[in-house]
Design a protein around this ligand. Structure first.
Ligand code: MSP
Length: 493
């Protein structure tokens, strides 16, 4: 029996999205970025698991269903479907879409909570404070701006006083700080890491992790007290374990998560509360919490409460799915904020997509169509490709740099056309140039496939080739059957 070497595994997650509002461009951003990363790892031949889904419990959702005049179960089901449909139409290649109202999740949450309880890390107390329903979190007075939550200025805070159970977060302060020290890349990018470390150094308060049932009905029952439901964040974070069948399922081979991709406002939950929960339950820590920035519209965060939401699906109908995907990732470095502008999007279409990529493929295929000789020769253009550099950027999650490096190769290929002037060549010389150009286009189709999957497929169709893994990015014999089609992208006036 031949024993094949075990494939490297890669597990990436997006946050699970609240179902109190429709999917918007901000949600799509996190999901698209995760999709590009996971597709890159698939290209490398790794055994990947990509998880996304919806966060369906808690007071905020309960209230939204009441306002919509629908039974809560029906309400959350409908919006969850909208997220799933949006991700399908944006070509998101998730392996699992989890819903926190599923039985499998309830089971894991109960078991996880019991484990932490048995460890002695949960105790009964009472809580008094200002609550923000937007964040589903208590706020301290120092966090407020003009007496309101800065992220949800339109939602009035509520003074709440009630019996609750606490998780001993404070107990893990030292352990967390040691862990951050030993694993400098755990919280990325580095500016977020410093913020978090300083906050942890300031001291950690125990966390209220249950809500009385007479106020919050829509949640998972707290196993130690039937009068309480589990706090939505404590429950939601556990989804990352549910999907990989903690504690003993087959899929647990994917744990620990390699990347939890999150927006900057929820880094605290993922890099402090989640690791403390895992310490308590005796489970290995994820490898990286990566925080991306926010998309703003005219300088304001996109949100339903502010009424400035951009619909990613509508936008992709107007342009194309690939164009929206490309723009979001090329426009800003992962980790930075960006302001959404259609003008900037059009500039990228006309420049990089039409003039560089689209034009290259069209030019090459037009030349090949007229040529009757043999397409063969010596690899020359492959020297312009720095695959190691691109992969290095992808490993560091510098997606915009990886794309810029791929574009270097596209531009080098265009330059090769201009320098060799194939329209003046004949016979073997022309066969050689065309060989280099076709192999280059084939390699480009592989490299862009995680970012622009539809365009990659179109190029393959036109070249008559099959897309391959990253190890097919070497120049070999060109064996496609050309079938020139439409321009890949159209100029926008
Ligand atoms: N349900 C929680 C996450 C629980 S994970 C265990 C939640 N949901 S959310 O729907 O409010 O947000 C999910 C993600 O969308 C976050 O990563 C957030 O940063 C991202 N975005 C929401 N609006 C955004 C922008 N305007 N721009 C970029 N991303 C933003 O938080």
């Amino acid at each position: 029996m031949i024993i094949l070497p075990k494939k490297k595994k890669f597990y990436i997650t997006t946050p699970i999205y609240y179902v109190n509002s429709q999917p918007h461009l901000g949600h799509a951003y996190t999901t698209i970025v995760a999709d590009m990363i996971v597709r890159w790892h698939r290209l490398k031949g790794e055994d990947v698991f990509f998880l996304t889904g919806t966060d369906e419990h808690g007071e905020k959702i309960q209230k939204a269903a009441e306002q919509a005049g629908k039974p809560t179960g029906q309400f959350v089901g409908e919006i969850s479907e909208k997220f799933k449909a949006a991700w399908k139409s944006l070509n998101i290649s998730f392996d699992d879409f989890i819903r926190t109202t599923e039985k499998r999740h309830e089971k894991v949450v109960m078991e996880f909570t019991k484990t932490v309880y048995d460890k002695g890390d949960i105790y009964k107390g009472s809580y008094e404070g200002l609550y923000c329903y937007g964040c589903e979190n208590f706020k301290t007075t120092t966090e407020l701006v003009n007496g309101r939550c800065p992220d949800h200025p339109t939602i009035a805070l509520e003074q709440i006083s009630e019996g609750t159970y606490f998780f001993r977060l404070s107990k893990y302060q030292k352990k967390l700080l040691q862990f951050f020290e030993k694993n400098p890349e755990f919280i990325s990018p580095v500016n977020r890491r410093e913020e978090i470390i300083n906050r942890v150094k300031d001291g950690l308060k125990d966390l209220s992790i249950t809500r009385p049932k007479d106020r919050v009905k829509w949640g998972i029952e707290f196993p130690a007290d039937k009068g309480q439901v589990i706090y939505v964040w404590f429950e939601a974070l556990t989804n990352y374990l549910t999907a990989v069948e903690w504690p003993k399922g087959k899929k647990f081979k994917y744990w620990p998560a390699d990347v939890h991709l999150v927006g900057k406002e929820i880094v605290w939950f993922h890099s402090v509360i989640w690791p403390a929960m895992l310490f308590s339950a005796g489970i290995e820590q994820p490898k990286k919490i990566f925080s991306h920035g926010w998309w703003t519209v005219n300088g304001q965060k996109m949100s339903k409460t502010l009424g400035n939401v951009v619909d990613p699906v509508e936008f992709s109908k107007k342009y194309s799915v690939d164009i929206v995907r490309y723009f979001l990732v090329r426009e800003i470095p992962l980790g930075d904020d960006g302001d959404f502008s259609e003008k900037a999007l059009i500039n990228r279409i006309n420049g990089e997509l039409v003039a560089d990529l689209g034009n290259l493929v069209y030019r090459v295929l037009s030349l090949v169509e007229k040529f009757k000789g043999r397409i063969e020769g010596n690899p020359q253009l492959d020297k312009k490709l720095n695959l190691g550099k691109i992969d290095g950027y992808m490993e560091k999650l510098e997606l915009h740099n990886a794309l810029a490096e791929i574009w270097e190769f596209i531009r080098a290929t265009n330059k090769y056309v201009n320098e060799n002037e194939p329209w003046k060549l004949q016979g073997k010389d022309l066969g050689n140039v065309l060989y280099n150009l076709l192999e280059s286009c084939r390699v480009i189709s592989i490299l862009i496939s995680p970012f622009l999957p539809e365009t990659s497929e179109k190029i393959n169709k036109q070249l008559g080739t099959k897309t391959g893994a990253l190890n097919k990015c070497k120049f070999t014999k060109f064996s496609g059957k050309i079938k020139k089609g439409e321009y890949l992208f159209r100029k926008v006036e």
